[in-house]
Ligand binder design. Structure first.
Ligand code: HEM
Length: 423
């Protein structure tokens, strides 16, 4: 009897019901760390659950490819691809599905913009967003107490404001771009699902809407360049030649989508962890400026908003005791690696001062998260502002989880709180 055929590792509704399958991952790490999963719906894959194996795979991008896809396909989609039919996003290549050497030259377009020094130019936008959102919670208090859905009122809004400002999305268009990213990542959640009955058609229409939306911004930044990231993409050159239109669009799309829901889920799950571990919140409150950087690393380890990434073996390979064949798919479960007993002391404890913290929440190797410094900066500003001003916080109702297994987390977090005014 096999430990799993992979269904509960991928089924979005299982994640909505029970959160991350930590108990199953614990058994897999111990009993079958590179585990063959052959279920009814998905193309079979190896579930890779140990930290060391994920590092080994991720650091060899020539042997383990991203180009064939970063999430497991259903058998139905795989058959469509085998027939040579194109899906809505197939023509639009993004860095996350490129392999070296192309990946490196395309990544170089944006990487200088994301260094900690260069991101200094966003200090004001990031601080202002954190301050404005916490002020909003403060002002909503009645009789010295407030209630909110922390996800929709804070966790969604903070990355949305920051990404919109760097990508040239006007405040008026923020709700529209938010809806599009939610439809992309939470396509199975009843709250965010598109109206189209057919999943393929829904994705096709979503692709068209994205193209139209970012297409206008690109045209504008070509005519009127500034120092924002939107202008970097719009006017990029690869090896001396202008970047193609689809690649430019893909860069917008990947930055917005990879940057938004991930940061939102880290903030939401981090807040939940602080509410559930009041002694850790108290520690952070004693020295927000000194402790927030380590606290954010622990939040990313604890929540691991990007649950997994897939790779495809370019050659036969022995990973641990498992013999992989060329063409095999591997799903790298970062969320499992982030509880690996061989790497983390007391991995199921949430400790805001955990150090060192070699988590894989931002991946590792060739595709290490391009926006990691921005994700850190955004979270630090918000958690520091909250820690300075929160006098009391508790759950007002049980949290609800997204029906999503790829970029996964909390979708509603009802809180009751008391906040101090801004200093
Ligand atoms: C807490 C928030 C975030 C988490 C947990 C996260 C996680 C990840 C992970 C695990 C990868 C690796 C993908 C792979 O190995 O194939 C990745 C890649 C990437 N991330 Fe993030 N991310 C976050 C925030 C952001 C932000 C804010 C941005 C941009 C503004 C961003 C942009 C990207 C891009 C462009 C890639 C692809 C890099 C490449 O292929 O070279 N991410 N992210």
């Amino acid at each position: 009897m096999t430990l799993t055929d992979g269904t509960e590792l991928m089924d979005p509704h299982a994640y909505a019901r029970g959160g991350y399958p930590h108990e199953l991952w614990r058994r897999l790490r111990r009993e079958s760390p590179v585990h063959w999963c052959e279920g009814p719906e998905l193309v079979p894959f190896w579930a890779v659950t140990k930290h060391a194996h994920i590092c080994e795979v991720s650091k060899q991008p020539d042997k383990f490819l991203s180009r064939p896809g970063i999430v497991p396909a259903t058998k139905q989609v795989a058959e469509r691809i085998a027939r040579g039919e194109k899906g809505p996003f197939d023509a639009m290549q993004t860095i996350i599905t490129m392999d070296p050497p192309k990946h490196r030259s395309v990544r170089r377009v944006a990487s200088p913009w994301f260094t900690p020094q260069a991101l200094g130019r966003l200090d004001e936008v990031v601080q202002a967003s954190a301050r404005r959102l916490v002020d909003g919670l403060y002002e909503a208090q009645r009789g010295g107490e407030g209630r909110c859905d922390f996800v929709t009122e804070v966790a969604v809004q903070h990355p949305l404001r920051i990404l919109s400002s760097i990508l040239g999305v006007s405040p008026a268009d923020e709700p529209r771009v938010l809806r599009l990213t939610q439809e992309l990542f939470a396509a199975d959640d009843p709250e965010f699902k598109r109206p189209e009955a057919d999943r393929e058609e829904a994705f096709r229409n979503l692709g068209i809407e994205f193209l139209q939306f970012f297409g206008k911004i690109i045209a504008d930044r070509r005519a009127n360049p500034s120092d924002d990231l939107a202008s970097v993409f719009a006017n990029a050159r690869i090896d001396g030649a202008p970047m193609g239109d689809l690649e430019t669009l893909g860069y917008y799309l990947i930055t917005f989508t990879a940057g938004h829901d991930t940061t939102r889920n880290a903030i939401a799950g981090g807040m939940l962890a602080l509410v559930e571990h009041p002694e850790e919140l108290a520690k952070l409150k004693r020295d927000p400026a000194g402790r927030v950087a380590d606290a954010v690393e622990e939040v990313v380890r604890w929540t691991t908003p990007v649950n997994f990434m897939m790779r495809t073996a370019a050659c036969d390979y022995e990973l641990g005791a498992s013999k992989l064949r060329k063409g095999d798919r591997l799903v790298l479960y970062y969320a499992s690696a982030n509880r690996d007993e061989d790497v983390f002391e007391d991995p199921y404890a949430f400790r805001i001062d955990r150090h060192p913290n070699p988590h894989l929440g931002f991946g590792i190797g060739e595709h290490f998260c391009l926006g990691a410094n921005l994700a850190r900066k955004s979270q630090r500003a918000l958690f520091a502002e909250l820690a300075r001003r929160l006098e009391h916080v508790e759950l007002a109702a049980p949290p609800e989880r997204l029906a999503a297994s790829f970029v996964a987390g909390v979708k509603h977090l009802p809180l009751r709180y008391r906040l101090a005014p801004a200093a």
